[in-house]
Every structure is written in structure tokens, then in C-alpha cells.
Ligand binder design. Structure first.
Ligand SMILES: *Cc1c(COP(=O)(O)O)cnc(C)c1O
Length: 364
């Protein structure tokens, strides 16, 4: 190869991918990284030992393909989720991003339409485009909530094949009323995906969309181990749905898509679910402290049922983002005017963020 490389647009790439930009949350080795909603607490030592042992065990048989049906893992997810779910209603993949991709490959694709209420998870349009469907952007109220009336009207108009309902919503933290899910399902003909990536951070008495599954064969509830479970690097996401939906996903997945090492690690982590989730209440406490201090500094934090806070009242988000960066604190500019998003960290990380922000000055 010579030193001259071609440009992307010179390649015979798919026309519908021309001019697109990839997902690109900045990754920087700063002391305080609160930008992609990870659980910043490391996996507890006792659990880490068991996970390592399980991976080591699996390694002895890594000359063979893994269980293509990951039956044991599906059983473990079913029992973790409860609600009377069984393994035949569970699917899993390398992160819930891949779970969503499988859903789009089976129910979206060329000539079809997916729909989400913006602002919402930035991967929905990207995954939709990569799998060949059109993405239709719906709207929310000024406070990022969604009303039943507006949701039904927008769904009627767009008539989508796949609908994304992020509950609670990323990047705003907004809870999604149960009635909206019921109404959207009732008025849609397509697959309705309720993305509960942050569900473990919701109030304990909140009702998961899992309770809506019986009798709703087009409803899908997706979850991830990336957030509450502190397992983002392991790449494990999963969903619950009607067994027929699972059959549809088998048509599009790659054979053996979940490696033996991933299955072993996830199973070991699930055996210790209560320990793995022990940091959730601490993270919720830091989230609420963060919101209170942001208010005291003159910013306007939005209600959050997640492990992060979106706050507005930021005159120049890019400048504040950079000033925090220069102080060793990485948060996220999600492109919403006058707003920034920050993940709740450990107590000391959260303090470091709040002190760095205060040192920059109060909101105007
Ligand atoms: C983080 C996140 C996911 C999870 O992605 P993984 O691929 O499981 O790491 C899914 N949905 C939303 C809304 C998220 O914020």
C-alpha cells in the first residue's frame, strides 16, 4: 500500500450510508469520566473472583462452539426478571444495541419505518439506518414528557413498523407513563420496543412494561447489564417478549453470536445479582444530590429515573463542557440547546464534578 488512502465517498459504499457519521461519544482518559452512563463502581471483588473462575472454566472448552441457544443464560435472565417469564421468552446478545439490531433486522429493514420520540437514544436512528429502514422522528412536550393524546396522534400519522419507547428516556431521564405504552401499543400495528436500559434506577414502586407482556405479542421489553450491573465492558443485553418474537430473532442472528466466555461471565454475574446491584441505591443518592446541587448553582435539572441527570440553563454548553474537560471531568454534550448530561458517579466523583462546575461559576 502506498501512503495515499482513498476517501470514504470514493468507495462503492451503499448510497444510503453516504454522508453519515458513526456513533462517537468522546472516549478520553480523564480522571473523572461521567459521560456514557456507566456504573462507575467496579465489580465487587468477591463476584469478580467467581466470574474469573467461570471464564477460566469455559476456556477449557473454547475449542468447541458455544451453546447456540445460550439456554442456561436465558433461564437465568428469566428468573432474574421474574413476572412468571420463562426461557423461551428471553433473548440476549452482545449489548442491548445488538438486541435492538436483531429486532430491526427482523421487523424493520428496507422499505420499512422505525419511529422514536426525540430527543431519545441516539443509537435508534443509527441502527435503523444501518439495517436499511427509514427513521421517523417524533416529538415530545417542552419538558420531554409524552402525552397519550400526542403519542397516539403521532403513531397514527407515522404508521411505523418498529416503535422505540425509551423508559425512562435517555438522554433526558424522563419517566414514561404506563398509559402511554398501553395506548401506543393499542394504536400501532408494528413492534413496540420498550427500552428499559435504566430500569433498576427507577423508583421501587414503578411498574415495568414486563407486566404488560401477557396478551401483547408485538410488545418487547429490552434491558441491559451495561448500566446497573456495572458490566458495560462485557457487552450483554437481553429482552423479554412472546416466544414467536424470539423465533423471528433466530432468523437474523449470527450462529453462536454469544461467545462461551460472554455466557460464562454473564451467568456468574447473574448468580450474584444482589451484590452486583448493591451500588444502585448509592448511585440514586448521588444522582439526587447532583440534581439538588445543580439547582442550588442556578441550573435546571430535569426529573430523572436513571443514573444520570440532564440539566439546562447552560448558556454555552460547548464552553462549559470544555472547561470541565480542562479540569479533568468528562461529561456529555448531547446536542440539546442550553443543556448538558452528566452520569452519577461514586460519591467522590460526583463531588469532583460538582466542585469543578461550581469553580467555573453559577448559571446566569
Ligand atoms: C446504554 C443504553 C443501552 C445499552 O446499550 P448496551 O449495548 O447494552 O451497552 C440501551 N438503550 C439505552 C437507551 C441506553 O442508554
Amino acid at each position: 500500500m502506498g501512503g495515499v488512502s482513498v476517501r470514504l465517498e470514493d468507495l462503492p459504499i451503499r448510497d444510503d450510508l453516504r454522508g453519515r457519521t458513526p456513533y462517537g461519544a468522546p472516549q478520553a482518559a480523564l480522571p473523572i469520566t461521567l459521560n456514557v452512563n456507566e456504573n462507575t463502581h467496579p465489580v465487587p471483588e468477591a463476584v469478580a473472583g467467581d466470574i474469573i473462575d467461570s471464564i477460566a472454566q469455559a476456556l477449557h472448552e473454547v475449542n468447541r462452539y458455544p451453546d447456540r441457544e445460550f439456554t442456561e443464560l436465558r433461564e437465568a435472565f428469566a428468573s432474574y426478571l421474574g413476572h412468571g417469564l420463562t426461557a423461551e421468552q428471553i433473548w440476549a446478545a452482545n449489548g442491548s444495541n445488538e438486541v435492538l439490531q436483531h429486532l430491526l433486522m427482523a421487523f424493520g429493514g428496507p422499505g420499512r419505518r422505525a419511529f422514536g420520540f426525540a430527543p431519545t437514544y441516539s443509537m435508534y436512528p443509527l441502527l435503523t439506518a444501518a439495517t436499511g429502514a427509514e427513521y421517523v422522528t417524533g416529538t415530545r412536550e417542552a419538558d420531554y414528557s409524552i402525552s397519550v393524546e400526542s403519542a397516539v396522534e403521532q403513531i397514527r400519522e407515522a404508521d411505523p413498523d418498529v416503535i422505540f419507547l425509551c423508559s425512562p428516556n435517555n438522554p433526558t431521564g424522563t419517566p414514561l407513563p404506563f398509559e402511554v405504552i398501553e395506548a401506543v401499543y393499542a394504536h400501532a400495528r408494528g413492534i413496540v420496543i420498550v427500552d428499559e436500559a435504566y430500569w433498576e434506577f427507577a423508583p421501587e414502586n414503578a411498574q415495568s412494561a414486563l407486566t404488560l407482556l401477557p396478551g401483547r405479542e408485538r410488545l418487547v421489553v429490552s434491558r441491559t447489564m451495561s448500566k446497573a450491573f456495572a458490566f458495560a465492558g462485557a457487552r450483554v443485553g437481553y429482552l423479554a417478549a412472546d416466544p414467536a418474537v424470539i423465533d423471528a430473532l433466530r432468523l437474523v442472528r449470527l450462529p453462536y453470536h454469544l461467545s462461551a466466555l460472554t455466557q460464562a461471565a454473564a451467568l456468574a454475574a447473574l448468580r450474584h445479582a444482589p451484590t452486583m446491584l448493591a451500588t444502585v441505591s448509592e448511585i440514586i443518592a448521588q444522582r439526587d444530590r447532583m440534581s439538588a446541587t445543580l439547582s442550588a448553582l442556578g441550573y435546571e435539572p430535569y426529573e430523572s429515573w436513571t443514573n444520570f441527570v440532564l440539566f439546562s440553563g447552560v448558556d454555552d454548553p460547548a464552553a462549559i463542557w470544555q472547561a470541565l474537560y480542562d479540569r479533568g471531568v468528562l461529561i456529555r454534550d448531547v446536542g440539546i440547546p442550553r443543556s448538558l448530561r452528566v452520569t452519577a458517579g461514586t460519591e467522590s466523583e460526583t463531588t469532583a464534578f460538582l466542585e469543578a462546575l461550581a469553580s467555573i461559576g453559577s448559571a446566569s
